[in-house]
Design a protein. Structure first.
Length: 202
């Protein structure tokens, strides 16, 4: 949310689409998974794309939003690595623990002074109580039957459609540099994920 409120949806989503690359990097660190050539190429290309978007953020004054998007991508990658490490354990309760920690952190940041209208409260319940919970439930459930590559490839649909909906309905147009950087990241991640799926099927 900090990323979305401090940079464009396109910048945030395209940066978040680098989650598979961060996942591969962290899996190498935490799980000692070997980094193959395609992984190294994807990591390099993704960082180039992210660098272009961050550079554009510097010019437009949205550095903080881009930084939050990178931090969110890294955090979600850690989540995926933990799921893979503990795939024999029911990890669904982690969604509830995460929500409670987020609520506690929000209360601390606002010093308990949270004024929410009835309309905004209903939106919060819809987003946090229905949509977010459903998404986490589906991701955790899918991780039991899909490889990490397959799971992250399906997640890319979100990052492609997000900027499209905002462009169509809110008229928020991404900059040229954001589109170029986003295209590099998405291409790198798609190529990496498809190659991993083919290797698994072989």
């Amino acid at each position: 949310m900090l990323a979305l409120t401090n940079t464009t949806v396109a910048n945030a989503d395209f940066t978040m689409s680098s989650i598979p690359v961060f996942t591969a990097l962290f899996a190498w660190i935490a799980l000692r998974e070997r980094v193959q050539l395609r992984t190294g190429v994807a990591i390099s290309a993704s960082f180039i794309g992210i660098a272009l978007m961050v550079g554009d953020g510097i010019e437009t004054g949205s550095v903080f939003g881009n930084a939050m998007a990178i931090l969110a991508a890294g955090s979600f990658a850690c989540f995926v690595v933990v799921l893979r490490k503990a795939n024999a354990i029911d990890m669904l309760p982690t969604a509830a623990v995460g929500a409670l920690l987020a609520a506690l952190l929000a209360a601390i940041m606002t010093e308990g002074d949270i004024a929410v209208s009835e309309h905004d409260l209903m939106l919060c319940l819809l987003w946090g109580g229905v949509l977010s919970c459903a998404a986490h439930f589906l991701i955790v459930t899918a991780s039991r039957g899909l490889s990490g590559a397959e799971l992250t490839l399906l997640l890319l649909v979100e990052f492609i459609l997000g900027p499209t909906w905002v462009w169509l309905f809110v008229n928020e147009q991404p900059s040229t540099m954001t589109l170029v950087g986003g295209a590099i990241v998405l291409s790198a991640v798609c190529g990496y994920t498809v190659a991993a799926m083919r290797q698994r099927a072989a």
